[in-house]
Design a protein around this ligand. Sequence first.
Ligand code: ADP
Ligand code: MG
Length: 444
Amino acid sequence: MEEGLTPIKQIIREEIHDEGAYKTWIEPIAFREFTGNTVHLSVPNRFFKDWILEHYKETIQVCASRFLRSEDLDIRIFIDEKSDSFKKSSPVRLPDQSTTTGVNPFNTAYTFETFVIGKNNQFAQAACQAVAASPGKTYNPLFIYGGVGLGKTHLLNAIGNEALTQKTVLSPANISFTSGEEFTNEVINAIRFDRMDKFRDKFRNVDILMIDDIQFIAGKEATQAEFFHTFNALYVSKKQIVVTCDRFPKDIKNIEERLRSRFEWGLIADIQPPDIETKVAILKKKSEKENIQLTNEVAIFVASKTGSNIRSLEGLLTRLIAFSSLTGKPITIPFAREILKGIINDTDKTINVEDIQKVVCNHYGIRVSDIKSKRRSKAFVMPRQIAMYLSRNLCNISLSDIGEKFGGKDHSTVIHAINKVESLLKKDPYLIETLEEIKGKIYA
Ligand code: ADP
Ligand code: MG
């Protein structure tokens, strides 16, 4: 049960956006079960429970509701002293002390290894890798732009993780990693509490400065001025600057011209929306990591029914894995369709074998009687195998019934066809696309 609910932690992690706090307070929580409308969780001790109640209850509620798609959730917290991982990590570290130097501030799940390269992001990925390998020496500044959920934050974390692993930067203290929003808050606080010197110390004495979502500083004059000076100080001492943005420098409104031109000094790399192969590859990679066998067919089904946001794509997969582990059912297309109903743009249309035969034959310019026949000519074998494969995956029908509908063939012939298509799909990206197109027509 617990395994099924743990994805909630990941959602909380993204929500609170603070690795120190996440590791201290959320990671040790065990999500026990979900009964009625109540999520049961256990924590190591009384102190922990009080802290969660005071600081994180609402966040947990919101994130659990989002994941379980259930409103008005109740959260019940139990104390399970046996699991006191908290004691082991004593002395108690409060969140505001977690930013001590030496702690890796980066999300260790976001590395270059876990980043799937596709046509849409290969340029940005390569630029980031080069920067991590020799900060300040290749592309400076590096400006990455792309839409929401396309991997910008992942790449920044990857740079940080890689630079520390490769020791091109010696300590986390030498990397400043912040967001446009946090940077703005820091400027405001520094001004308010007269701590400008401390602020400058912090941002101007690093080897890498990374600011995520820089668009946030648009329209904020004092912040822009401060960033401008920070930029110059780092740039002249050949320190690396990396920023991400949701748009191209020219399209950022309300930003000072001198800043815009600074962004254009170095390399500008874009991340485009992923194509279907990249989305499939991401789903496969992530499911492998979770030790889940996701068939190509299901991966394609999910990838083709979603937009370009990879965060949402991952959300769907997490949901499938969770429900599969909660119910013990394998992840098939009908299962995915059921679990993701209302979330993905899937029609409720039920498909029958006749529909599939018609569309496949149309696609290949042959007659339905041809794929029902026993003829072994190349022009018919492939479409026949594809139609059998799709029938198995899109309709709730047994192997022998499929054989029956293809002119009375044996169920072993159907198995052979399915295996054949599965193995072709592994090595032929064009076939993935063809199947996508055919499926689009079947559901049209
Ligand atoms: P952005 O900052 O551009 O809004 P994120 O970097 O937060 O997007 O990415 C959203 C999610 O998608 C993250 O969980 C990230 O790991 C994942 N993701 C994005 N691109 C890729 C990729 N190419 N390979 C693997 N995971 C990716
Ligand atoms: Mg981001």
